[in-house]
Design a protein around this ligand. Structure first.
Ligand code: SF4
Ligand code: FES
Length: 341
């Protein structure tokens, strides 16, 4: 089995593992962010380049470094490979450039966007973005489109990660939407303004990393951080029936699939569970959800701080004579850390 070292932590992984998967096996803050890769969707990844890392040594056999940052979700680990993510200033700067590109057309309408608080681009912008934009041209503009009676598309917010397209391809029957056109005129669209209507179409909302695809039944009802997530299940003959209910007071404002710490859906759910069961009596309540996402919705959950410290400790151990690891400017500044959690 090949061995790879990421940010000074060495791990042995099965043949064919990508750098991103290996980093997730290590866990903690050595894991690069991923806006388009989705472990549950085949052929995802390779579109956004937020997961770029520096390969300092290609392999034990050929120790030459790779000449430029590579997409970790698409690069397979080789035995003896040495990778840098958080510990490379070059990577952090390159990633800031990627964020700048992603934000060229993305509107900063977070104060009115339903995805705020759970948006991966918001987190990425916060962690890697610059304060000002250098872009001087007109941004792309689109009208909002209703894709059926439950989903709304804000194309201005889309970062063309292709996740919703993969969901439509791999999870639903009779796909009617995809990316039309290419380059700077590419857009998510349905074929001649069709609505997306099938039992699993609501999952496109959950996989969208930004607020481009939103749940019309939840729109403008509450900021997500004012809601209380609770895990619940039901006996559903179409899907797993394992959901997360988002309460405000006694009212269930929305139903979503449960997500893991990388923001990925654990089990897909059907539209019936998502849109039609909004009463507590429809569900067997399991208890409060453990949200360990690295984002605003995990506010006041301090577990992540322990993970960060554990990673740093392991990095220190990996280095000879107590040599210090450079985590990037300001990475361990207590103000930054507290701000993130
Ligand atoms: S609508 Fe959302 S999920 Fe679909 S490509 Fe755009 S950003 Fe990705
Ligand atoms: S997550 Fe790797 S390119 Fe998007």
């Amino acid at each position: 089995m090949p061995k790879v070292t990421i940010d000074d932590i060495t791990i042995e992984v099965p043949e064919g593992t990508t750098i991103l998967q290996a980093a997730r096996m290590i866990g903690g803050d050595v894991v690069p962010p991923a806006m388009c890769y989705y472990s549950k969707l085949k052929t995802s990844g390779g579109y956004c380049r937020t997961c770029i890392v520096k390969v300092e040594q290609g392999s034990a056999k050929d120790p030459r470094p790779m000449p430029k940052p590579v997409a970790s979700c698409r690069t397979t680990v080789m035995d003896g490979m040495v990778v840098r993510n958080k510990t490379s200033q070059e990577v952090l700067e390159a990633r800031a450039g990627v964020v700048e590109f992603l934000l060229i057309n993305h509107p900063l309408d977070c104060p009115i966007c339903d995805q705020a608080g759970e948006c991966h681009l918001q987190d990425l912008g916060y962690e890697h973005g610059k304060v000002e934009t250098r872009y001087e041209f007109d941004r792309r503009e689109f009208e909002k489109i209703d894709i059926g009676d439950k989903i709304q598309l804000h194309m201005t917010r889309c970062i063309l990660c292709y996740r919703c397209v993969k969901v439509a391809d791999q999870l639903t029957d009779g796909r009617v939407h995809g990316v039309i056109n290419r380059g700077d005129v590419a857009e998510i669209s349905t074929y001649i303004q069709n609505s997306i209507e099938n039992d699993f179409s609501g999952n496109v909302i959950d996989v969208c990393p930004v607020g481009a695809l939103t749940d019309k039944t939840f729109r403008f009802k509450s900021r997500v951080w004012y809601t209380k997530p609770v895990d619940a299940h039901c006996n559903c003959d179409k899907c797993s029936g394992k959901v997360r209910l988002w309460y405000k007071g006694e009212e269930v404002l929305r139903v979503t699939a449960r997500k893991d710490k990388y923001g990925e859906v654990e089990d897909w759910i059907c539209n019936d569970c998502r849109f039609n069961k909004k009463k507590t009596s429809d569900w067997v309540i399991e208890g409060p959800s453990k949200v360990d996402r690295h984002s605003v919705i995990s506010a006041n959950h301090y577990d992540n701080l322990k993970v960060l410290k554990a990673t740093v400790d392991r990095q220190q151990l990996a280095l000879p004579h107590g040599e210090k690891v450079g985590l990037g400017k300001g990475a361990l500044d207590p103000n930054n850390i507290h701000g993130k959690h």
